[in-house]
Structures are given as structure tokens and as C-alpha cells.
Design a binder for this molecule. Sequence first.
Ligand SMILES: [Zn+2]
Length: 344
Amino acid sequence: MKTFFNHLHAQHQGQYEMFRGALVPCHEVPARADHVLAELQRRKLGEVCAPQAFAASALTAIHSQRYLGFLEGAWSEWVALDPANATRDALPSVWPTRSFRTDILPDNFAARMGLFSFDAGSPLTVGTWVAARAGADCALSAAQAVAAGDRAAFVLSRPPGHHAGADFFGGYCFLNNAALAAQHLRHQGMKRVAVLDVDYHHGNGTQSIFYDRPDVFFASIHGDPRTEYPFFLGHADETGAGAGEGANLNLPLPRGTDYGHWSDALEVALAAIDRFGADALVVSLGVDTFGGDPISGFTLQSTDYLRMGERLARVGLPTVLVFEGGYAVAEVGVNAVNVLQAFA
Ligand SMILES: [Zn+2]
């Protein structure tokens, strides 16, 4: 299995995030991807490839032009406001909630940060755009390889993607790598694509991007949003809208869920994907379901990721696996690569 590695990922390195009422050091750190790469190389698992460069049109298939324009220029704007900002990350602090307008693009930078985001946990840094853009190329390259006949490919990138919507960032995510991969598989001739999100947190961005589409099925197994981030999406009654009705499946589970109960939900998700008749599969592979994860609440153990990978392989579909969350930094390499090794 080829790994498309984002060599520029470390350019995105936030200093602080707002977490439970305080500015704390970021959980989403470059070492996460480095540990996965080191473990892949230690086990000599497949070839590590650089991505191709894709045109901007591959991004606008998923993200709005106005959002992409903002993201690309945001750091320059931030520093232009005050040269001292060059040493500070940009974090949003004001948002257009219910009854506010979102159709008018404000001139004010802080207002646009709020318009294009949904939390204060996702610092925008000097290298955010460069890292996210290269990550998108990795996702598109993996989809290209799978569409061309590879059995599977792995996207090793950060920042992660599944919380990013068509026109907003949040949850450490800026560009939705899984959605970009799914869309690219569609463009390459796969008629029906399923996205399976196994990250601890609901993939709200991916769900919202495909919610009214019948050609991309979204299934997510995650911590119940009544208590778990991102809180405002991911309930079981969200089944799709319009032409996409029936093409969305949420399987929220309580804190403390172990692999036995988690894998029951996986069987439900895979049965639905089978009924949907997918031609290809994209897996949002977060390993923050691990019992030792500092910001999550399931209790999967490292060996459970071997079982997960073996089960995903038995689905038998061409598969793009996309690295998402996982914040037990020392174990993230072993856990992610256990999935890949068992899959391969
Ligand atoms: Zn997560």
C-alpha cells in the first residue's frame, strides 16, 4: 500500500488552543504524523510517496471559492494588522450564530475568522495554508492511485480534515481530505463512494458536505454528541436530506465504549455501506478511540486496531485511508499502523 506523505505538514504548528476554558498547548502536533511515518518505516510497510500537485479546481469541487480565498490570504492579513502578530497564532473569537447574516463578507478580519470557523481550538498559523494545501494533494493523489487500480492507499497528513466543511474550519481541520478523496474518486469514474469515519469525533464537515447527495454515503461511529465534541451534529436521526435521504448514517456511542461494542457498530455501518453498493471506500482513520487518548472517551486497545484493519480489508473495496485524529502521541504510530498492517 502506498503512503502519500505530506512533507510540509510540520509547517502547521499551532502554539495554543482554547480548550475547556483555557489556552493550552495544542494537542494536534507535528510529532503525531512523524510517529506514524517512523512506525511505517520501522515495519517496512509499503512505499512512501510524494503527492502530485493538483489544480485549484480539485479543491473548489468541495470547498467554496470565498473560503479558499480567505484561507490562502489569512496569515498575510493577520500580520498586516500588527507586525507583532507574526509571533502569535490567529484564533477566532466571534461567530455568526442564529439570526446573524452570513451572506455578507465582512471587511473586518476577526469577523471573517468567525464567519469561516466554528471553534477557537484551531489556530491558524504561518504555515497552515501550505500544510493543508499539500495535505489535500496527498488525499487527491491517494484517490488517483486507487482509481487507477491500487487496492488501497494511505494519506499521512496533518492538519486533519473531517471537521472542515465546505466553507469553515474547526476541530483542528482546514481542508477536508476525506471529502476531497471521495469527490476525486467520483470524478475518476467511481459511481458510488462510501466514507466511513472511525475517528472518535463525529465527522461533521464530511457529513455536511455530502448531506444532500445520493452518490456519496457517509457513515460515522463516534462519541455521542450530547456529551462529545463537536456537540452540534452527529445524532442518529440525521439520515440525509433531499436526494441524499438515506445516505447518511450516524452511530453515536457512549463514553467508555470498548472494542466489542464498537465493532458491533462497525458491522452496522459496513452492512449499510454494502446495501448502498459502494464502488470505493474512504476511511477517515482517527485513532483517538484509543483508551489512552487525552481528549476522547472510548477504550480501544492497540491490538484492537489490528482487528479493525483486518475487518476493513474484508469489505473488499478499493480503499483510501486518511489519517485524522489521535492525540496519545506516543501510541498514535503503533495504533494507526496496526490498522494499515492488518489491512495490507
Ligand atoms: Zn477526533
